[in-house]
Design a binder for this molecule. Structure first.
Ligand code: TNX
Length: 516
């Protein structure tokens, strides 16, 4: 039984009203056609723990009803939830809004509702409430780096459920990097057959760049990815794919050496850090990548397609006479211009197919196709530059949203890069940088938490690094910009019971940690 509503993220407005509602074996769900799939989702979410059937259709007997429907007067993704004695009514500005309202409904009953088998002795009661809610930002994201360490499909699906529970709606999948290529491309099978696997290696080298030395691999088939995309869509999560180029491409070069600058046969990288091996910029390499992106666009309906563009060292291009000749024939004088030329070719291809290029803030060093979206990761400088150039931006500064960074100063934190990034520090993040005009600020689509996985090497570790910091970020991105860490902490304490019921191995406020 929940005494006071402890919704997380905090809704825009919540009012307690007389009465309340109790779910019983006689409760039915009623839904209009547009939101029938969400009604089915809600039924399936409520059934296991309550043991009630929740037929979808007319109310039966004396039981109350959960009513789902649209209200064109409500904003996109917004909803109203009213729980009274006879009914819980959820109306949404669109189907996504109704879904978010259903997530709130789950949080209004006992946390045990998140268990997957019948729980006895619980009254499934909702307090009397009238909630009006709407997200602050349209891009409420999390990035999973499935390249450094592969995340099996079923763990990705579980992560999507956790995102949806927190009203997050963009899953950015970092699918390729130096240490692994994780997306099946029919036309170039070696990308995964060779590029999806790295061998055992010596642990050593510079202090910040050894791998764990273990052999590692895995990839998603195209059927896997279609399943992930559909599963996410049913939860109103858009999956934004990223194929990183022209840096972070060592695994692709290991599969197809003709993509590289030196022509050397490489093994998939077994060291972290910025890799000197980058793509060449031959027409044949551009054509290869346009083929890759054609298959990626087939798989991912997302309006945004990630091309990376981060951390591309220019050493090999500078030292290579053939690259210098290509620059001359293209009328380019700097390697930065060459990178922009490559990205521009890919961007034009994406644009011609109705998609928008999405890439890291290094891309601001050159011209960009109109409609490009920037991920500002080196602080918010990129966000300011992008917004002033009229480009949309996703704020994910490393010092606020890099969830691979350690969570405290404790020597007991598992190995991790970066600064200590505490829960409170994440909670204090504002995606809109100071000093932007309202028109410029409107270019800030939202933000995302980035879970790089050099050291976050298992789904168990993803739980530990992501939670509860992602709960804080979800509130930053969803709730009105009036934050109170004390109030958040009180709600989080209740919310952790929900995460326990799901089986999330979050970082505990005290005591032994799940990884110890
Ligand atoms: C920088 S952020 C990277 C990643 C690393 C991360 C480690 C970005 C665009 N590039 O390749 O995984 O730091 O925190």
């Amino acid at each position: 039984m929940v005494d006071a509503p402890t919704l997380l993220p905090r809704p825009a407005t919540i009012r307690t009203v007389a009465g309340g509602f109790e779910l019983t074996g006689d409760t039915a769900i009623r839904a209009t056609d547009e939101v029938l799939p969400t009604a089915e989702w809600l039924r399936d979410a409520l059934r296991p723990a309550t043991g009630f059937r929740f037929p979808i259709g007319p109310a039966t007997g004396t039981g109350g009803v959960i009513e789902l429907g649209l209200d064109p007067d409500l904003p996109a993704e917004g909803y109203r939830l009213v729980a009274g004695p006879d009914a819980v009514r959820i109306t949404g500005g669109d189907a996504a809004g109704v879904f978010h309202g259903c997530q709130s409904l789950l949080q209004l009953v006992a946390p045990a509702v998140f268990r997957r088998a019948k729980v006895s002795g619980v009254r499934w009661a909702l307090p009397g409430v009238d909630i009006s809610d709407v997200p602050r930002f349209g891009w409420r994201g999390a990035m999973l780096d499935v390249a450094r360490h592969f995340m099996p499909k079923h763990d990705v699906l579980r992560f999507i459920d956790l995102m949806a529970m927190h009203k997050l709606n963009v899953l950015h999948l970092h699918l390729t990097d130096d240490q692994g290529w994780r997306v099946e491309i029919r036309r170039y099978p070696l990308l995964t057959e060779t590029g999806g696997w790295r061998r055992a290696s010596q642990v050593g080298g510079t202090p910040d760049a050894p791998t764990d030395g273990r052999p590692h691999g895995g990839f998603y088939t195209q059927d896997d990815l279609r399943e992930i995309v559909a599963y996410a869509a049913a939860r109103f999560v858009t999956v934004v794919p990223e194929v990183d180029l022209p840096g972070h491409s060592h695994a692709a070069i290991a599969a197809y050496p003709a993509l590289g600058v030196t022509g050397a046969e490489l093994e998939v990288a077994t060291r972290w850090g910025v890799d000197v091996n980058v793509l060449n910029t031959e027409e044949s390499t551009v054509a290869f990548y346009l083929d890759v992106f054609d298959e990626v666009m087939e798989l991912f309906p997302s309006p945004y397609i990630g091309v990376g563009g981060d951390e591309c060292p220019k050493d090999q291009w500078k030292a290579d006479p053939r690259t210098q000749e290509l620059m001359r024939t293209r009328g380019l004088t700097t390697e930065e211009e060459l990178q922009a030329w490559f990205v521009g070719r890919v961007g034009a291809h994406l644009n011609a197919r109705g998609r928008r290029l999405y890439g890291w803030d290094e891309l601001l060093e050159g011209p960009l196709p109109a409609g490009s979206v920037i991920g500002s990761w080196r602080g918010l400088t990129g966000a300011v530059t992008a917004a002033r150039r009229g480009l949309d931006v996703v704020s994910c500064p490393d010092d606020r949203t890099y969830l691979d960074y350690r969570q405290s100063e404790s020597a007991d934190e598992p190995i991790a890069v970066g600064i200590p990034l505490t829960l409170e520090r994440v909670y204090g993040f504002d995606p809109v940088p100071d000093g932007l005009s309202p028109a410029e600020a409107a270019h800030v689509l939202g933000g995302q938490g980035n879970i790089w996985s050099e050291h976050v090497d298992s789904p168990r570790m993803v739980d530990y690094f992501a939670f509860p910091r992602l709960c804080a970020l979800a509130e930053v991105l969803w709730s009105p910009d009036a934050r109170d860490f004390g109030d958040f902490s009180a709600r989080l304490a209740a919310h952790l019971d929900r995460l326990d019921a799901v089986g999330v191995e979050y970082r505990r406020p005290s005591g032994p940690q799940p990884w110890q």
